[in-house]
Ligand binder design. Structure first.
Ligand SMILES: [Zn+2]
Length: 265
């Protein structure tokens, strides 16, 4: 029962420091969580992501440098490497040999925040090349960068997930036809998320996966609180209404999709 696979989480976040072991060791498995893709954002959290994946067999690791790390003073991308992401990525390279690594992520493009446009483009492209070289799927962040993003996805044709998909239904159709999965989380339950409803109606069910982006993006009716993978039940309930099936069937379908796209048991 339940069969919750969370394809995008940040349990290494400080917001879980007080109760991480209790949550991951007990509350989540008891709550029906059977899989988590835990995503790094830079070289600083990557070792913690790996440690979680080594400790809990249902947690799989994604390693990468998030575009926002180029603009955060505390992130090692700036604080340690002075913006030289090439050196940071090179230093992270041996970590990708770890068997717990299921994906390259979280990587992508973000034009919501004032980040250096050229640098983030080059960083993302380098990580698409790394994913191709390692034959790994990707977990992609696309915020207000659809044009550049789609151009690169057409060129590199990665496997993987566009997390928190925010594009149109029309683009969703060709993205999924190209073999990508789209990730849906708390945002689809918010008022005004009509676009997400159209997307969910337009794509094949075998191209949808569920996610939290926890600690952020808690769905209705727990919006605003710290999020965790158990809240995916609310997202599945909402999608069940759109797909006219029960929530368990949505969870089962999306968990199977997640296992297929990330190549995990
Ligand atoms: Zn994220």
């Amino acid at each position: 029962m339940t069969n919750i696979f969370d394809t995008h989480a940040h349990y290494s976040s400080r917001q879980f420091d007080a109760d991480r072991d209790e949550l991951l060791g007990k509350a989540l498995p008891e709550g029906g969580v059977v899989g988590v893709l835990e995503c790094a954002t830079h070289s600083g959290d990557a070792p913690r992501v790996l440690e979680l994946a080594h400790t809990y067999p249902y947690i799989h690791a994604a390693l990468g440098i998030h575009p926002e790390s180029l603009g955060e003073e505390d992130a090692p991308t700036v604080a340690v490497y002075g913006g030289d992401w090439r050196a940071e990525l090179k230093a992270m390279r041996p970590l990708f040999e770890d068997k717990a690594v299921a994906a390259v992520g979280e990587i992508g493009l973000d034009h919501h925040w004032p980040l250096p446009a050229r640098e983030q483009y080059d960083l993302f492209e380098a990580q698409l090349q790394l994913a191709a070289e390692l034959d790994l799927p990707v977990s992609i962040h696309d915020r207000e960068a659809h044009g550049e993003m789609y151009e690169l996805l057409r060129r590199y044709k990665p496997k993987g997930v566009l997390h928190c998909y925010s594009g149109s239904a029309e683009d969703a159709v060709w993205l999924t036809a190209q073999g990508l999965c789209l990730g849906f989380g708390g945002a689809v339950t918010y008022k005004g998320a009509k676009r997400a409803a159209r997307v969910l109606a337009a794509i094949p069910h075998d191209c949808a996966v569920l996610e939290t982006d926890c600690p952020y993006m808690a769905p209705e009716p727990v919006r605003g609180r710290r999020n965790d993978s158990r809240n995916i039940l609310h997202v599945a309930g909402y999608i069940a209404g759109l797909w006219e099936m029960d929530a368990q069937a949505v969870l089962d379908t999306c968990a199977a999709n997640a296992r297929r796209v990330f190549g995990v048991e």
